[in-house]
Design a protein around this ligand. Structure first.
Ligand SMILES: [Zn+2]
Length: 326
């Protein structure tokens, strides 16, 4: 029997593989097809799917983020403005804030304009080139090692990072430690049942359902205070409070997610027989374009100033079909 320490629950249990049953190709940030399948495993204790850190996976990660700029992810109106305004509404007292994985720093920039935000720190695994916060007065420290942080915070923000985090158990333990006794965690992460393309366009370390994430975070003394499902389309948006009493039971996720993936692949495969105009060339638009190039007659994106016609695909008799991917 092959037993391993599970990076989700930190316990030793049997390893079971999870395979995505799909012929669709992964897409890199420079919009090329990646001919590689990611390997996933199952944490049966919390019904999470997770990846192991292997040389193959590292290669896929490098391929996915080859040419990553935050421009590829432009969403209008900015997700970060919506999140910042929600923080303004929900938290009135003076706060010190830590953001995990700040991306291009847009959220920090928005938050620094609020009176009750006293100072903001950030943690990222690398000092990346998109990070330009030196001019933001309230921004103090960029940490590259969580274990080297000795402050406590009133609010920790994890926006689009939870599913990327390696060694989730250890990381969440530390994040809980970094929170003040009555501190809050604001977690925003893609909903795998709604944001179905994530597997093909991002590196995912782990995914599970909203209920399972809530139940999982209970073990780090982080309990659900607000479920802000109205806030952002296709996202799970939750506020947790440390040492607050609100226990939630987990649910079956793995089998349900497998079905979601199969139906997504079959839904997408129907596009093969159509003559498509893709409206919106973000991650999903590029994913469809690269997987079904021969069916695409036109790609357009007002925001990114893209408008291209592929005349050789015009011969098909089928009716022109506009696919909106916003
Ligand atoms: Zn486990």
């Amino acid at each position: 029997m092959n037993k391993n320490y599970c990076p989700i629950c930190g316990r030793q249990h049997k390893t079971k593989k999870f395979t995505f049953n799909s012929k669709l190709k992964l897409i890199s940030s420079n919009f090329k097809k990646i001919n590689n399948k990611k390997n996933y495993y199952v944490c049966k204790n919390f019904e999470f799917i997770y990846a192991k850190q292997t040389a193959k996976r590292r290669k896929i990660i490098n391929d996915i983020y080859k040419d990553f700029t935050f421009k590829n992810n432009l969403i209008k109106p900015s997700r970060e403005i919506i999140i910042a305004n929600e923080i303004k509404k929900k938290f009135r007292k003076n706060m010190s804030v830590l953001e995990i994985g700040p991306g291009n720093g847009e959220l920090i920039n928005c938050l620094s304009k609020f009176k009750n935000i006293i100072n903001i720190d950030a943690y990222d695994i690398n000092k990346n080139k998109f990070f330009n916060l030196n001019k933001v007065k309230k921004f103090k420290n960029l940490f590259i090692n969580l274990n080297k942080i000795y402050h406590k915070y009133d609010l920790v923000i994890m926006n689009q990072v939870f599913f990327h985090l390696d060694k989730l158990d250890k990381t969440m333990n530390k994040i809980s430690e970094l929170l003040d006794d009555n501190g809050h965690l604001f977690l925003i992460t893609p909903n795998p049942f709604k944001h179905k393309v994530i597997y093909y366009v991002y590196d995912i370390f782990s995914i599970s359902s909203k209920k399972n994430i809530i139940s999982y975070l209970n073990r780090y003394n982080l309990n659900l205070k607000n479920d802000l499902s109205y806030l952002l389309k296709n996202q799970i948006s939750l506020i947790f409070k440390k040492n607050f009493s609100n226990r939630v039971r987990g649910e079956k996720f793995i089998s349900k997610y497998k079905k979601t993936q199969i139906s997504f692949a079959s839904e997408i495969s129907k596009l093969k027989h159509k003559k498509i105009t893709i409206n919106g060339m973000g991650l999903k638009g590029n994913f469809i374009f690269n997987n079904y190039k021969k069916s695409v007659f036109q790609i357009k994106d007002e925001f990114r100033k893209i408008n291209k016609v592929f005349k050789k695909n015009f011969k098909k008799k089928s009716k022109l079909f506009e696919l909106k991917t916003y």
